[in-house]
Write a protein that binds this ligand. Structure first.
Ligand code: ACM
Length: 482
């Protein structure tokens, strides 16, 4: 017994200095004496005591590797952690792993990236590759920005012109690349399945009422003045909103939400809401009439009314709205999840969240706009954009000044947005995404007390090798070289 006790104490008291190289950093790691061959078979044990479906326990003993999980998500994430451990061991020409117990679960339930095939079309194969990589870093949602002024990218059976007309454009800011293409519903269903196998849920975004030149080009009746336009060929904000006073507009929206709800099983449905200047609504006599009927005193109440109607379609299809919040809009549907996205608005958005009791997805420009360059003068033609460095992303704490209770109540999670105006292909997309997404994965997964910039940068080189090994390019963080 004394020998046994001695052995247990020895194991417990042996804090190995070696740090494992895993991103995101697991939330609890205990090291023990000894090692285990890298090719040891893995035993999977379903354990309902693991409360979080994305949580897992990985136990590496001298001749045994055990994964405990309660749901497929946790099993998948344990496997990702283990794959990284094995890769890093082999990279250092080691044939063994340290004995340890990792007990892990995410800080936030929602950890997303967004891509924008509306501005530059992505092939399905490229979306698959993007999902492969993000899922290794425990991101669990991919938000697809499927329509914008510059393109409509998803087949809608009731409105074939959306893709016949809306999915083609003559050029974009002079460039002839990736101006045409769309996803059939069958292709998208296949992508949904592919993503789910990697614990990634696809969230469709149908951005309304702004950002709809491509739809208006296909169906001019959608605008207040039946405007005849083409698919937009420049960046910027359009005034051709879907018209708030037309019954046919809400029928159109309802039809699209119904079709897309069949394709995307995710309970969240992004309905846009950003950058919608009211000019054309307010010039229109029918909209003036509507204002009278609704006794509207603040013009932005029209936007509240618009989203109230849209939400009826979402509710009918069992969907919960995600919305790019605009502070001037007085009310949003009760069950909406609001995005914190505009720079310099964090205090106001959090105040609103508390006042109106809604949950927030944090993707503030200060930390999460991945279309912004990672260093000054890094890229041509984006000189107007702020710079978003790797270290700045790493500094992000989505709780801001909230208490831990408030954090639980109001913060659903984090998302990085990769807007597509200057992202012409997958090569550029990976360049913009990595290594910043490694930092963001830790922001979403790892508790603050387990996070440190020093530890992150110590692990970075190994993770860049992991990406290279898979043929994934990234922006080399040259500013960190010493
Ligand atoms: C946005 O950046 N327009 C949400």
């Amino acid at each position: 017994i004394i020998m046994k006790l001695y052995y247990v104490l020895l194991l417990l008291a042996f804090p190995l200095s070696a740090q494992i190289n895993v991103v995101p950093q697991p939330n609890d790691v205990h090291y023990y004496k000894g090692s285990c061959k890298v090719d040891t078979p893995i035993t999977y044990v379903k354990d309902p005591a693991i409360a979080n479906p994305e949580g897992y326990q990985l136990v590496i003993q001298p001749r045994k590797i055990t994964v405990k999980y309660s749901a497929e998500a946790g099993k998948y994430y344990a496997t990702q952690t283990l794959r990284q451990l094995i890769f890093q061991a082999k990279k250092e020409h080691k044939e063994s792993l340290p004995c340890l117990v990792i007990t892990d679960a995410p800080r936030f339930a929602y950890r997303a990236l967004m891509v924008d095939p509306a501005r530059h079309y992505w092939k399905i194969e490229d979306l698959k590759k993007y999902i492969d990589v993000m899922s290794q870093y425990k991101f669990n949602y991919l938000h697809l920005h499927l329509n914008d002024d510059q393109g409509w990218r998803i087949e809608i059976k009731k409105y074939p012109k959306l893709t016949e007309i809306g999915a083609k454009r003559t050029n974009f800011e002079g460039s002839k690349r990736n101006n045409e293409g769309f996803y059939t519903q069958e292709e998208m269903k296949d992508l949904v399945r592919y993503a789910l196998e990697r614990n990634v849920q696809l969230i469709p975004e149908f951005d309304v009422p702004g950002h709809n030149d491509a739809a208006v080009a296909a169906y001019p009746f959608l605008s207040c003045n039946d405007t005849i336009i083409g698919v937009r060929t420049t960046a910027g904000v359009s005034k051709n909103l879907l018209c708030v006073s037309k019954k046919e507009v809400f029928t159109f929206i309802d039809d699209i939400i119904s079709e897309l709800s069949e394709v995307f099983p995710c309970k969240y449905f992004h309905i846009g809401g950003d950058e919608a200047p009211l000019d054309k609504w307010l010039e229109n006599p029918q909209v003036q009439q509507l204002k009278k009927e609704l006794q509207i005193t603040n013009n932005q109440q029209l936007m509240s009314e618009f989203f109230k109607r849209v939400n009826e379609s979402l509710a009918k299809n069992g969907k919960q709205p995600l919305i790019w919040m605009e502070l001037e809009v007085p009310t949003y549907p009760q069950n909406s999840v609001m995005y914190l996205w505009r720079m310099h608005t964090t205090p106001q958005v959090l105040e609103r969240a508390k006042k109106d009791n809604f949950k927030v997805i944090c993707s503030p420009g200060e930390y999460a706009y991945f279309d912004y360059p990672q260093a000054k003068d890094d890229l041509p033609n984006v000189g107007w954009m702020p710079t978003l460095t790797l270290q700045q992303v790493y500094k992000f704490n989505p709780a801001f000044s909230l208490t831990s209770q408030e954090e639980k109540q109001y913060i659903l999670g984090v998302e990085a947005t990769l807007w597509g105006e200057s992202v012409k292909d997958l090569f550029r997309a990976f360049y913009m995404t990595y290594p910043r997404a490694l930092a963001l994965s830790e922001v979403g997964w790892t508790q603050m007390q387990q996070r440190s910039w020093k530890s992150f940068t110590d692990r970075l080189e190994g993770q860049l090798s992991y990406l290279l090994h898979q043929g994934v390019n990234y922006r080399p963080p040259v500013e960190l070289a010493n």
